[in-house]
Design a protein around this ligand. Structure first.
Ligand SMILES: C[S@@+](CC[C@H](N)C(=O)[O-])C[C@H]1O[C@@H](n2cnc3c(N)ncnc32)[C@H](O)[C@@H]1O
Length: 319
């Protein structure tokens, strides 16, 4: 019944319960009046989400947000509000056909929506903006191992599939000597042109298709949550386009999950199925990463697992 929890989170997010609570503790009838909910139903939704750690009830019938619940507030840095919405909409519908993915190994999304997800998003500006906003919210989770690196001696960073530029903008703001190239599909970078933060004078925006070519001239290439969207053959094509654009001294930094080989629970195991159902992609174990990178023309130089997204550093093998 995991979907009961996720749909409860999505419902209170849509009614902006966290924004209405702010720093206050409110009696449930007053909160229901402010958000436009049925008081008894709101009490029951919140009771479940108290158990999930998003709210506290103290004294009985009076609710406040916890630091975890506050991440759903639209205005906090790294807000997960848009990500919660993304787990509803297309994702939830695609999952209703998960059996198709189990039987065939193909994305259920394509059966439900009639075409691959990125093609579908390309035809729907609102859905595409919502997708990019959700990814930007998650960037806070990926950013730490990247910004904390030693960037001395690096000139230009190319963020391949960089979405709306939140990651690259934050990196350039922290390291003032860096120049950046934001590369993504043409319709995505058109939106990024308007919304990208950070130092615009050091950031160039380029539209294109990473299966055809990626911009050359970078010292560091970043692939953040890109390769997990694709099966091995397509991921290898993206890696080869990167290798072609790089010099022997360039480095590739991959921000992705590394699936543990053992039986323990791990978020990457859930994300792995989500990638299958939505895109036909996959999360990879350390040995799978090694083999994939070798096929793409790279060798693994280091893996930093200190944050929720691991950072895999790879170097071109050349030839
Ligand atoms: C999961 S998002 C990751 C975005 C960003 N790197 C981040 O960490 O938030 C995948 C990105 O790949 C981009 N993308 C998909 N197909 C592409 C293609 N053929 N060429 C270039 N970018 C593409 C999407 O537009 C999207 O921004």
């Amino acid at each position: 019944m995991g979907f009961v929890v996720s749909q409860a989170i999505i419902s209170v997010t849509r009614l902006r319960v966290v924004e209405h609570l702010g720093e206050e503790a409110l009696e449930v009838r007053e909160l229901a009046r402010r958000v436009g909910a049925d008081p008894d139903a709101l009490h029951r939704f919140l009771r479940l989400l108290v158990a999930e750690g998003l709210f506290v009830e103290q004294p009985p019938g009076v609710f406040a947000t916890t630091p975890l619940g506050a991440l759903l507030h639209e205005d906090v840095p790294g807000s997960l509000r848009h990500f919660a919405a993304l787990m509803d909409n297309e994702a939830y519908q695609a999952w209703s056909a998960a059996l198709h993915s189990l039987r065939t190994g193909e994305p259920a999304f394509d059966v439900v929506f009639g075409k691959p997800m990125f093609d579908w998003l390309g035809e729907r500006p609102d859905a595409s903006s919502a997708f990019n906003a959700a990814q930007a919210g998650l960037v806070t989770l990926r950013l730490l191992p990247l910004v904390e690196r030693d960037w001395s001696g690096v000139g230009t960073v190319v963020d391949v599939g960089g979405g709306n530029g939140r990651l690259l903008g934050a990196l350039l703001s922290r390291h003032e000597h860096l120049r950046g190239v934001l590369f993504d599909l043409p319709h995505v970078v058109r939106e990024a042109e308007r919304s990208v933060g950070g130092p615009r004078d050091r950031l160039r925006v380029v539209g294109g298709d990473f299966f055809s070519a990626v911009p050359s001239g970078g010292d560091v290439y970043v692939l953040a949550q890109i390769l997990h969207d694709w099966d091995d053959d397509r991921a290898v094509r993206i890696l080869r386009r990167c290798a072609e654009a790089m010099t022997p001294d360039s480095r590739l930094l991959i921000l992705e999950q590394v699936v543990p080989e053992g039986p323990q629970p791990h978020p990457a195991k859930m994300l792995d199925l989500h990638m299958l159902v939505l895109l036909g992609g996959r999360e990879r174990t350390e040995s799978e990463w090694g083999r994939l990178l070798e096929r793409g023309g790279f060798r693994v130089a280091a893996i930093d697992r200190s944050a929720r997204s691991s950072l895999i550093e790879a170097r071109p093998t050349g030839g």
